[in-house]
Ligand binder design. Structure first.
Ligand SMILES: O=C(O)c1cc(=O)[nH]c(=O)n1[C@@H]1O[C@H](COP(=O)(O)O)[C@@H](O)[C@H]1O
Length: 235
């Protein structure tokens, strides 16, 4: 497996193994990590993880688990046994769920990073009100980040807009994995809390998740190169 210095994680949000591997084959494990999400994993299963590992990529398995503690701990264990670099769950599942999952990785000596989604980057304040959360969006993200840290997780998924405050609350080493990354040339799509790649790094994001700005670009490799240039990464 190649361990890259790049903060970039490319989201392989494709409907088939073939389409995902077609993109992976244009990419280089020295340049980025890859994220496998719900659609691709539901269609292709663990075969996609194996195929990406075989090409030298570190993989973030993004299935955002949210269930009772024993179920989530067992699912996280199953993901980690496939050798993935990172796996995630929803922090709103609570302390007992997160502790069970984190403890399971320690007990089984599994070296996979476990991170928690705070508030989805597709949500804004009014969406939180609608689901009965009365605190502000920033307060909710901070609360869930601190709970994730106390529960033994390695970091969180948040928007880059919250990365600075999470660093001051949870420390530099606490991972801030930020989707909603939108270079100036890209459309926001369904993302609400967005930031450019360079501003996200300046704000303290440790990893940037980029999907459609690269995968749906007319020329994906040119789009990736533009993001790398913005970040000062030499090709
Ligand atoms: O956990 C995630 O990866 C995630 C959390 C979140 O709050 N927002 C979010 O967009 N994501 C994922 O990050 C990716 C973003 O893709 P684009 O919006 O196409 O760049 C998608 O695969 C989402 O499933």
């Amino acid at each position: 497996m190649h361990v890259t210095e790049s903060p970039l994680i490319i989201a392989l949000d494709y409907p088939s193994l073939d389409a995902a591997l077609c993109m992976a084959d244009q990419l280089d494990p020295a340049r980025c990590r890859l994220k496998v999400g719900k659609e691709l994993f539901t269609r292709s299963g663990p075969a996609v993880i194996e195929a990406l590992h075989g090409r030298g990529f570190e993989v973030f398995l993004d299935l955002k688990f949210h269930d009772i503690p024993n179920t989530v701990a067992s699912a996280v264990e199953a993901a980690a046994e496939q050798g993935v670099w990172m796996v995630n769950l929803h922090a709103s599942g609570g302390r007992a769920m997160m502790e069970a999952a984190a403890n399971r990785l320690v007990q089984q000596r599994l070296d996979t990073r476990l991170i928690a989604v705070t508030v989805l980057t597709s949500m804004q304040s009014s969406d939180l009100v609608e689901v009965g959360v009365s605190s502000s969006l920033d307060e909710q993200v901070s609360r869930l980040a601190q709970l994730s840290k106390q529960s033994g997780l390695h970091g969180v998924v948040c928007s880059a807009q919250e990365a600075t405050s999470i660093t001051s609350l949870c420390g530099e080493d606490f991972l801030k994995v930020t989707p909603g990354i939108r270079p100036a040339f890209a459309a926001a799509n369904d993302q609400q809390r967005i930031m450019t790649p360079s501003n996200a790094i300046r704000a303290g994001s440790t990893h940037l998740v980029v999907g459609r700005p690269v995968t749906q670009a007319e020329n994906p490799m040119e789009a990736l190169a533009a993001i790398e240039a913005e970040l000062g990464i030499k090709a």
